[in-house]
Design a protein around this ligand. Sequence first.
Ligand SMILES: [Zn+2]
Length: 308
Amino acid sequence: MFKQIYNRVRIGFVVEPVTPVLIRSGGSSLDPNRPDMEFVRVKTVFGEAPYLPGSSLKGVIRSHAERILRSIGYHCCEVGRDVCKKEQKENCFACRIFGSMSTASRMRISDAYPWPMGATQEQVRDMVVNIDKYVPTESRTSVRIDRRKGTAAGTALFEAEAVTGGSFCGEFTLTNYQLWQLALIALVIRDIDAGFQRIGSSKSRGFGRVTVSVSSFEIHQYGPLVSGGRQLCGTGILDEQTRSKYGLIGDDAVAINGITTTLAEESIPGLMEVLKSGKGANTEWPQMIELILQSSHWQRLLAGGKAK
Ligand SMILES: [Zn+2]
């Protein structure tokens, strides 16, 4: 892993349930008036509110990213079989983004809450006190299935609480990334938004369909990656020695043409630059990703998969 920072992106996202979403809290409820399985809740000073844990979201994103990587010819390690433990260069392409036993994750994802990122205490209080209005939930009766036998298990019927509406806001960051990694995560988000990948439990029963929109993004590029706001750069533009040490894919830059990102005031010429989404992050984001998908860098990723 690099000792210095070259680039970093922070992306704000909003998840909205289309069909009921089930994410179980750890324990079963002892209160007879509550469902057997409650939706996971965050404790605030004003009370509790349903939320989407970052770890659940990251799990879904990783497993779908692995599916895409395999479909373009890349091997990804599997938990319980051949988990990557070696140095980064030897890691599979999924571990290069999401981390392995020996390398830290390049991606961090926050929990997603019913209130906007950076909400004031007052906003949070207003939402938590009226949480049923903002995040409707329903109890659904389910049949407990014995996974091994495929039949109904023990006391078969149970009540599970599902979230049926509202919106959940969070953000994720990627640090020292290559452009293919950014594009891959964008493709995963697009598939989740299109309903090809669901979140939570009971997915086979139609639960967990959500939309995901990008509400903002902010890109920081440092040192050799500073481009005067003209290029989106990945770590693969570093020198040949660094590229081969970390197994980076080259041609890792695209010209930012016709996208209304702005070079923010906090940029320091030659040292670091900050590119921010304008008002329409949800349209600028796919335009930016399209530039990567049309680049020679992306072609190199595809060619590398075919060669394996
Ligand atoms: Zn791996």
